[in-house]
Design a protein. Structure first.
Length: 166
């Protein structure tokens, strides 16, 4: 009875676990060779060095942006978290070459749904890096952000962050 009166049932709907959007190696954001990401100018998060060219949704939510060059996708999770998935570094210069988006703005997605496929070889040869930041762009609206340990992750399966929104 007291749990019902004083429990924190509100927190459960605001807490969310993100799964890896890519298979590969999870690395800290500080290791990303781009100050915009490494210094968390866009928000906090992690990065993944992908081992294959497929990205899936890390959460249940809605696609809020697919960049015209298809190198990045914005997702709003059901708890209000806004997540930016930025495939590689300086990939905007590829003007969409090697990228194929499987979603569009307004689409509803579930964790593990395909978002985009991309040619890792093109990114390796024509862009600065394959490292892919996964950023919470509205970090100022979070109560807590817990990151998982670094190492190998599997897309759609491995938890990478637990996030509680205000």
């Amino acid at each position: 009875m007291f749990k019902k009166l004083f429990g924190k049932k509100e927190e459960s709907s605001k807490t969310l676990e993100l799964v890896a959007p890519l298979s590969g190696s999870l690395v800290s954001l500080e290791k990303v060779p781009d100050p915009v990401f490494a210094e968390k100018m866009m928000g906090d998060g992690l990065a993944i060095d992908p081992s294959e060219g497929m990205a899936v949704s890390p959460v249940d939510g809605e696609i809020i942006q697919v960049f015209p060059t298809k190198h990045a996708i914005g997702i709003r999770a059901e708890n209000g978290a806004e997540i930016l998935l930025h495939i590689g570094l300086e990939t905007v210069a590829l003007k969409g070459e090697g990228f194929d988006a499987h979603v569009k703005e307004g689409d509803k997605v579930k964790a593990g749904d395909r978002l985009m496929s991309f040619d890792l070889q093109i990114i390796r040869t024509k862009a600065k890096s394959t490292l892919t930041p996964v950023i919470i762009t509205n970090t100022d609206s979070t109560l807590s952000l817990e990151k998982e340990g670094l190492g190998k992750v599997e897309k759609g399966v491995s938890p990478i962050m637990k996030l509680t929104m205000k």
